[in-house]
Design a protein. Structure first.
Length: 349
């Protein structure tokens, strides 16, 4: 019995070391060529400048209601955009402007919705959290925490039923990962082998509460383990790491193996929403992330070091992006407001 016990113990230790080694294995990093780096830089910069302008308009009182900015998290959605195929869908929560822009929605139409104008994606009636585009396969923008997860699972079911080869990407935050409907969705998705990539954007704080205080287990990539859903943690501040992980997850789904979980370790620089002073974390913490891990700065440095772009080249891109955002803001401030009769349209009875 003693020998058997020692053997079992040795096997247990060996398995533990194997798991430990697997966790410490260096994550895959996509090798970008010049065009890919430039694309990632421009797309992330567009989101950053758009969100900065949205914050400015909110401060001027031109945007009302809630407004959740995506500043700092740009690499997550851009990396996934670079991996997806035409027809793949995105659905997310209320921090959604970056996802819309990554899905090639018109910045003017997005900004006009924020200011409540006719030219907005939802005719000025939805605001920051309620926009979608069937044409671009973007299905919202949802204000109810975790609601998009079950809807994204439904999109995956539709894809499988139609046998169209498309994959649904359902984005949600670390706070939403504790919602009951998330686990109901996991169970159904794995049971029916639905093509869904669950993207947990772990920015460390659900509203104003640190994940360490709100979640009993903080490795959110393993939240699907009891259902048999594979998952992995990804450096969500490095667009190359996101692209590599997304390629793997999307391929898994297209091969009919069922859902996949990607936990993007990321960070938001601003408060939970524009009304959040973010006093629950220090300025030093935010500055450290900006200085050492900024997703856009990482790309900028790589391109300059490789000789793929000069400072002047990148300044020109920034100038072009700023002009595009300024044009969107101009449209959003001067487009007419919806007619009162619009109150009675698009209503399901």
């Amino acid at each position: 019995m003693a020998t058997a016990s020692k053997t079992t113990s040795a096997r247990s230790k060996s398995a533990s070391r194997t798991r430990s080694t697997a966790k410490k294995a260096k994550p895959a990093i996509a090798e970008f060529d010049k065009d890919e780096e430039l694309h990632a830089y421009r797309e992330m910069l567009l989101i950053r400048r758009f969100e900065e302008k949205a914050g400015q308009l909110y401060g001027m009182g031109l945007i009302g209601g809630f407004c959740h900015l995506y500043i700092g998290q740009e690499a997550v959605v851009v990396g996934m955009q670079m991996a997806k195929k035409d027809g793949d869908q995105m659905i997310t929560g209320y921090r959604d402007h970056g996802h819309m822009l990554a899905m090639d929605l018109d910045p003017g139409a997005v900004m006009a919705e924020l200011t409540g104008r006719r030219g907005g994606l939802s005719k000025g009636k939805g605001g920051s959290m309620h926009m979608f585009s069937k044409e671009k396969h973007f299905y919202g923008g949802h204000g109810i925490v975790g609601a998009q997860v079950s809807l994204g699972t439904g999109l995956g079911f539709a894809n499988k039923y139609r046998e169209n080869g498309n994959v649904s990407m359902a984005f949600f935050g670390d706070g939403a990962s504790n919602q009951g409907q998330v686990y109901e969705s996991f169970n159904m998705a794995e049971l029916w082998k639905l093509p869904v990539v669950y993207v947990i954007e772990n920015n460390k704080y659900g509203m104003g509460t640190s994940i360490n205080r709100a979640s009993a287990t903080t490795d959110l990539s393993q939240r699907g383990a009891s259902f048999g859903i594979p998952g992995e943690q990804v450096d969500g501040m490095d667009v190359r790491a996101v692209k590599a992980a997304s390629d793997k997850a999307l391929a898994w789904c297209r091969e009919g193996k069922g859902p996949y979980i990607l936990e993007m370790i990321t960070y938001r620089y601003r408060g939970h929403s524009m009304s959040d002073p973010a006093k629950y974390r220090s300025k030093d913490e935010v500055q450290k992330m900006r200085t050492e891990h900024d997703p856009i700065e990482q790309v900028r440095v790589r391109m300059i070091e490789k000789g793929w772009a000069s400072e002047d080249d990148l300044k020109a891109i920034d100038k072009d992006v700023r002009a595009k955002v300024a044009e969107a803001a101009e449209f959003a401030q001067n487009d007419p407001e919806p007619d009162a009769s619009e109150l009675y349209t698009d209503i399901l009875l």
